[in-house]
Write a protein that binds this ligand. Sequence first.
Ligand code: ISE
Length: 342
Amino acid sequence: MSAAPLRVGVVGVGLMGADHAERLVHRIAGADLVAVSDPDTARAAELADRFDGVRAVGDPLDLIAGEDVDAVLIASPGFVHEEQVLACVEHGKPTLCEKPLTMDSESSLRVVQAERKAGRPLIQVGFMRRFDPEYAEMKRLIDSGDLGRILLVHNTHRNRSVADSFRSEMIVRDSLVHEVDVCRWLFGDEIETITVHAPKPTGEAAEGVLDPQVAIFRMAGGGMATSEVFVNSQVGYEVRCEAVAERGNVTIGLGQSVFVRRANQYGGRIPDDFRDRFARAYDAEVQAWVDASRRGEVAGPTAWDGYAATAVCTAGMESLATGRPVTVAMAGRADIFGGGDR
Ligand code: ISE
């Protein structure tokens, strides 16, 4: 492990990027935040001013090339990820890229190929749920084999509300992508076919947006999963997952806050959004990235995981549009890695 702290630049300082910047400064060991970048230069400058020794950079590609930047955390919108991740790879910089890796499977494959050509793993994809203590325990139990083989997974994913610009296909590409990764990870298997159904939409969604949606995955090894994604539920942030195995089942996300009784009512708190619900997961994810980067390694979800998830979502967006099951088209792993493990 390098003795010097990892000098990190954050690209994109919207909700998630600003949250990661705070995290890097206040909660992550072995890292120094040195630069931030955003098309909204005033927002980047305002964030940089909050910390000592952090510069605001106009062009994200300048930040990525910066000699004072060892590693890059990309929290910009998905449509600029390909260019930014490829620039990181070109400069040989370890990168933590928020999901989705890119907008479609072809561009994600280009990223996998570029990393392969660079000759060493550099990319971690921000599927933070793998670092959540509840999901991690669920995975441990499933992998222990004590409950037998995993047969089914049922996911629920609800946001209180989203901006009107969050369209139907984004529910697949930006939200359901988490369930795609969770299912690949829990089953240890690829998703072969995806079907996305939409009931009559809620009146709380923007005009023309199909919300909620229900996706069905068929895993290559015969498992199945269902996922409800409802991004304008009006309630709060609710993520639940139940894995059904041959001799038992595991549920996470039932809520762990204190239980209060008051004025003839009882109940606990529902988190506001993902930064709140998954705060510990984000901390663990970024710490794992910093530690691995200082060792010259990559931890957690890889560029291949990002590509596989994008390939499933590309098929999912087609299913949403056509109403039919769509077979996921993916390059063979061996064609890219020649039988190697990454
Ligand atoms: C957002 O981008 C996230 O990644 C959240 O985890 C997810 O719940 C939300 O639906 C997405 O828009």
